[in-house]
Design a protein around this ligand. Structure first.
Ligand code: SF4
Length: 431
């Protein structure tokens, strides 16, 4: 089990299965353990990690015992992540699972053991529809096809949009090159991240088999929520936790019912989601209805797919607002803003746990109630301040502004981008 982290609400533990997914019985055991040992809430993070909060010094060993009792094999150490449908997605250029396993083995066997920054991560992506392009990582590997040959694009630090491309590698070269980078990081100290490595150090002796610019930028990942076809292997169902969390007992009853519909495996997915495997196509609609009944996101058009919120007041001692109630209020007050183009983030404090990167609109806390950040993260200085009692009408005015000024065929996001922070600020502060 990963080392617990100290939060404003006791200790927090992240659980990553060693295999690509959990069985339903394993996840039921995790839900029961969260109920007994934690605050009774199970969270799936924006990058698809499962986490339990509200643990104490005595309950962490109890949680570890319950996980072991349930026979759950957890991944330890350096996070080496693959997409949720790795090995199943027909649109993948290569199955990333064997390469990820080779990397894990190389890291585990290295002597002396490498001491690396605790948050260091590697993504190994086969290049399918449900890719990890929006997830930040220190070392990124993506399968690409160049001149009819499958190669791995090595890039460092950031998301697909912000990362620095380094080299195109043959499959056999990947493990030695990544191990060289990891050893370089270990030599730099236990807090060194990939962004800290100098280009000259990195590229010494590194040969790219083709120019990195030959690779097209990755398209936006398909929304995890909804039904995904796997060709001859049938269908899988993506479901999202509403605002990234669910009560442990609610998760238990949901999984028990899902079992009766034939589900066999759950894989965690980015954007606070999970993918259900094993169900026959004629059971998927029933599973979606079941998920909705348990407060989950089950359809691609659900406005909650586009709003990130941390656990907020009641679950985190640092939170100054009820983030989930605020998020629901935003959807009710300005439904047309959630046309799928706009990413909105509601944060209980400036830390921005639910989405550390920038969002088109971020609602955070401020001494008078709320702060609105346009195109920025929760840690940025707000563009506008809104009193608690006027937040709803401020959002209604923002929606009205977009409706009035939107051009034919324009999305809410394009319209807001065109209007700019000053016009947005004036609209929300008008009252
Ligand atoms: S962002 Fe939310 S969950 Fe994170 S510390 Fe602040 S209030 Fe707590």
């Amino acid at each position: 089990m990963a080392t617990p982290m100290v939060t404003g609400d006791g200790l927090l533990v992240r659980l990553r299965p060693a295999r690509p997914g959990f069985t339903l019985r394993e996840l039921i055991a995790v839900a029961d353990a969260a109920e007994i040992c934690g605050n009774g809430i199970v969270e799936i993070t924006a990058r698809g990690n499962l986490q339990i909060r509200g643990l104490g010094a005595q309950t962490v060993p109890l949680l570890a015992a319950k996980i072991a009792e349930a026979g759950i094999d957890l991944a330890e150490g350096l996070a080496i992540e693959t997409p949720p449908l790795a090995g199943l997605d027909r649109s993948e250029i290569a199955d990333p699972l064997p390469l990820a396993a080779q990397l894990r083995a190389a890291v585990a066997e290295h002597q002396p053991p490498l001491t690396l920054a605790p948050k260091l991560s590697i993504t190994v992506d086969g290049g399918g529809h449900l890719h990890l392009g929006g997830v930040t990582a220190d070392i990124r590997l993506r399968a690409v096809c160049v001149g009819g040959k499958t190669l791995w694009l090595l890039a460092l630090a950031g998301t697909e949009a912000t990362t620095k491309r380094i080299a195109l590698l043959d499959g056999v070269a990947v493990v030695p090159v990544v191990m060289h980078i990891l050893k370089t990081l270990a030599a730099m100290g236990d807090s060194a991240r990939a962004r800290d490595i100098e280009d000259a150090t990195l590229k010494a002796g590194l040969v790219s088999v083709a120019p990195v610019d030959a690779v097209e930028p990755v398209k936006l990942a398909t929304n995890s929520v909804g039904i995904h076809e796997l060709g001859a292997d049938g269908h899988v169902l993506g479901l999202g936790l509403a605002f990234g969390q669910i009560r442990a007992q609610q998760l238990r009853t949901f999984l028990e019912a899902l079992e009766t519909l034939g589900a066999t495996e759950i894989r965690l997915a980015p954007d606070h989601a999970l993918i259900v495997l094993g169900m026959a196509p004629d059971r998927l609609a029933a599973a979606q209805a079941l998920a909705l009944g348990h407060g989950m996101r089950a359809f691609p058009g659900d406005p909650r797919n586009h709003i990130a919120a941390c656990v907020g007041a009641g679950a985190c001692a640092s939170a100054l607002i009820d983030t989930r109630a605020t998020a629901q209020m935003l959807i009710a007050a300005a439904p047309s803003l959630f046309d799928g183009s706009l990413a909105v983030h509601v944060s209980g404090c400036a830390k921005g746990c639910a989405k550390p990167s920038a969002s088109a609109l971020t609602i955070t806390t401020a001494p008078i109630g709320y702060g609105l950040v346009v195109n920025g993260p929760a840690s940025a200085s707000p563009n506008a301040y809104i009193e608690e009692k006027t937040i709803r009408s401020a959002m209604e005015r923002l929606e009205a502004l977009v409706q009035q000024r939107k051009r034919a065929g324009e999305s809410a996001r394009s319209c807001l981008t065109r209007l700019g922070a000053e016009v947005i600020t004036a609209a929300v502060q008008q009252g």
